[in-house]
Design a protein around this ligand. Sequence first.
Ligand SMILES: Cc1ncc(COP(=O)(O)O)c(C=O)c1O
Length: 386
Amino acid sequence: MNGKLNEERRIKILKELQNFYNKDFTFSSGRILGSMCTQPHSIAKEAYIKFLETNLGDPELFPGTKEMETKLLSFIMDLLNAPKSSAGLICSGGTESNITAIWMSKKLTGKSEIIVPESAHFSFEKIGSLMNTKLVYIPLNKEYFMNTSELKKMISKDTAAIIGIAGSTELGTIDPIPELSEICTDNNIFLHIDAAFGGFVIPFLKELKNNITDFDFQLKGVSSISIDAHKMGYSAIPLGALIIRNKKWLDEISVTTPYISSNKQAGLLATRSGGPVAAAYAVSKYLGREGYKDLIKECMTTTEYAEKRISDIGLNLVIKPTLNVLGIKLKNPSKVVKKLTDFGWKVNKMERLSAIRIVLMPRVTKDIIDNFIPDLEKACREVGEL
Ligand SMILES: Cc1ncc(COP(=O)(O)O)c(C=O)c1O
């Protein structure tokens, strides 16, 4: 094909791509308020593109990318106070990290049941179906976290793992993880903490505020933690990590790899891009722990501001928020979500709680909240909520 035709084809494809893109909501518009992702920090894009062709499934071809991954994991492990014996795996996000943790706990124990709070993310339902695992759901108490009295009754000889949530998907609640840690230590049970959302919030919030529940490896009963950089780590999709207390446990989820340069591979995926790893590494270097702390401070200030504005128009929250997630109680959340979509806003409905969710992510500013509140009020009036 000659150069002119090539160029014409390129322009045509880019135009078509632009048309697809134009149909999307964008984080940069400030109109997405319900998502746990956001437009990544600007350095993430540069880093991602630079490592586009790398494959961490074949690390001996990309030793530099592998070194970067190890450094990123060290940053995350430090954040979670992981001991020297620990190890980490980069995953595509919370779902894969949770799957991998339960896969490991089942292999370690040979047991088939996992105990989860009712607030658990739907990835655990997938786990139930994928790995022939029985899910035992524990009801929540009035603060919307796992009721530990009920939990104690449901522990059995078949329990492979107990799951605690540090930053629930619906309301950002943190389960009583110190108590779960004791229960799991006493009963010798694997304790997995799903901190996909809270992992990049709670360590910094603890430096800013008292009374934030402990959730990490400082609690000796905690066996593994899921944490996502593509949520509050301010980085690009897909990037999660699973950190485990004992690196020897990796053997349970490893296979030999006869056709590639390394001999063994742990985890679910084989071919995977170094792009998201580079993005998360660059953001973590750029911000450092101090930068993340400032970011969390800002998110929490905006959360408090939004909380006040919502209450000023006469709406109630499901609970006082711990993290930067607000659940607004409504009679008919679907109708309000539909109206808000008509007004150009994207928020999430939570039918189970009869509420809608707003997540005050790093790029959600007070100005955006000032634009949103009159539309929220109007939407609620039009459907008879106010
Ligand atoms: C607590 C929690 N765990 C797991 C997940 C799943 O993460 P991902 O969508 O990255 O697979 C989410 C997603 O919102 C979550 O909030």
